[in-house]
Design a protein around this ligand. Structure first.
Ligand SMILES: [Zn+2]
Length: 139
């Protein structure tokens, strides 16, 4: 088996999204072809801490790029993320969505600065209704 994969996915550790992340990977062809990085807030540390060996997310991206030759990063933020204080921290769903969009843009910049060859896809996940998760692609 090849030790290469096409992609890396970064998402929050939040258990409420586990099944949805798995389905997302299957539906987008990433299952079995991506390294997975999961932690509280997903990209939060990548954005808030200096890029380098002490930045867990950055270090995983570097490892995936070097060891598995991946060339595509999928960054998934989500609404009501406890690492960011949850939805109650925001005055509206729109403001929360915009905040995560900006966070994703910052994360994309960090990746482009450190690993220019990696393309980035940005996604915001949202729980709708009981436990239906919707994935929004963002620019
Ligand atoms: Zn979260």
């Amino acid at each position: 088996m090849s030790h290469k994969c096409s992609s890396l996915i970064v998402h929050c550790m939040d258990f409420r999204f586990q099944r949805a992340f798995t389905s997302y990977m299957e539906e987008t062809g990433l299952m079995g072809d991506c390294d997975c990085v999961s932690g509280a807030g997903g990209i939060k540390e990548l954005v808030e801490c200096e890029p380098g060996e002490n930045n867990y997310v950055w270090k995983q991206i570097k490892g995936s790029y070097r060891l598995h030759d991946m060339s595509h990063a999928v960054l998934i933020a989500h609404l009501d993320c406890g690492a960011y204080g949850g939805s109650e921290k925001f005055a509206s769903r729109e403001l929360e969505f915009e905040f995560h969009k900006q966070e994703l843009a910052k994360a994309e910049h960090v990746i482009r600065d450190s690993f220019p060859a990696i393309s980035v896809k940005k996604v915001i996940a949202e729980i709708e209704g009981e436990d239906n998760v919707v994935f929004h692609d963002v620019d």
